[in-house]
Ligand binder design. Structure first.
Ligand SMILES: [Zn+2]
Length: 322
């Protein structure tokens, strides 16, 4: 493995409240020529359409999320949380579990999930919260789903993410029996992990669409399993899963009033927070048998594990959604 400079991801927080607007988090540099103001005004109409569409699509469906959608399908790091694994065949990539390579990648995903959920459970426990992720598709085969979503191309997630999210959520709505799954595993929250069998030439990093105080949203981690020749590691899995509980990135100044000054400060001080880096801070390498990064006070606060963060207080960032 070579040195990985920064494990970045795109995290789009979906704001589908009364205003019908949507926030988007981007890569560093991405927003410089793409201001939020321009973005919001240009997307407003499309978003309103999406919102009204989603009301009819999801209501009264046996496939829909059967509980209160406030804060999305993953709300609090507490209790049982189902993790639905979806192996996606998109326009240009797909899975063939007859092949040894795809079997190995399937095993890696299982291992990534195991380590990431153990990590999140242990961190939660240290804050007095009992949480159990139910991801084991060997015990519950309904937790693994193969889906054809051929009207999307993973390479367009950044340029066309509204359509991307809609295609993903509509496909879940039509093919995943969420209510039955939650009943089977005894959970009332759910995270959807969508795995794309990307080639090593892929340069697009995994991304999570998460609800940030919205009315109604599936929370989906789109995992592009190979990026620049590096396979996804447990730390990045845990990072993306934390987004679904409303946690912001710390390597970019996008959400909760987090400033570039803080982002620079965190980088210069080498803050080893899982929402800032996902490699080993000593070696710069991905680690596959453990997670070398921490949940520091700011991430614990935005994850709802604690009511107070010294960092948030000192820097004056916005309150958490919890
Ligand atoms: Zn992120």
């Amino acid at each position: 493995m070579k040195r990985r400079i920064i494990a970045c991801c795109l995290a789009a927080s979906m704001v589908l409240g009364l205003a019908g607007c949507m926030e988007e988090e981007g890569y560093e540099g991405y927003e410089a020529d793409y201001s939020e103001e321009q973005y919001e005004s240009s997307e407003e109409t499309e978003d309103e359409e999406y919102y009204s569409e989603s009301e009819t699509t999801y209501s009264d469906s046996e496939y829909g999320y059967p509980y209160d959608n406030h804060l999305g399908t993953a709300k609090e790091l507490e209790g049982k949380i189902a993790v639905v694994s979806i192996f996606v065949n998109d326009a240009t990539t797909g899975w063939n579990f007859e092949s040894e390579a795809d079997q190995q990648l399937d095993a890696l995903i299982y291992k990534d999930l195991e380590i990431a959920t153990d990590y999140l459970e242990n961190v939660s426990k240290s804050y007095g919260k009992d949480v159990e992720f139910i991801y084991d598709w060997e015990q519950y085969p309904e937790l693994a789903v193969d889906l054809d979503i051929t009207d999307i191309d993973y390479r367009e997630v950044d340029s066309n993410y509204n359509q991307f999210y809609n295609a993903g959520s509509n496909s879940i709505d039509q093919n995943v029996q969420t209510a039955k799954i939650l009943s089977d595993v005894g959970a009332d929250q759910v995270i959807y992990m969508m795995y794309f069998n990307t080639p090593e030439t892929n340069t697009i990093t995994s991304t999570t669409f998460f609800c940030h105080d919205s009315e109604f949203t599936y929370e989906i981690c789109f995992m592009f399993m190979n990026c620049e020749g590096y396979l996804e590691c447990p730390s990045h899995f845990a990072h993306e899963m934390l987004h679904t509980f409303g946690v912001p990135d710390l390597y970019t100044a996008v959400d909760y009033g987090i400033t570039q000054e803080y982002v620079d400060y965190a980088a210069n001080s080498g803050l080893n927070d899982i929402m800032r880096i996902n490699d080993d801070p000593e070696t710069g390498l991905y680690v596959y048998d453990s997670i070398p990064n921490e949940v520091t006070d700011i991430t614990a606060y935005y994850a709802g594990l604690t009511d107070y963060s010294e960092t948030v207080n000192e820097w004056g960032f916005a309150p958490s959604q919890h």
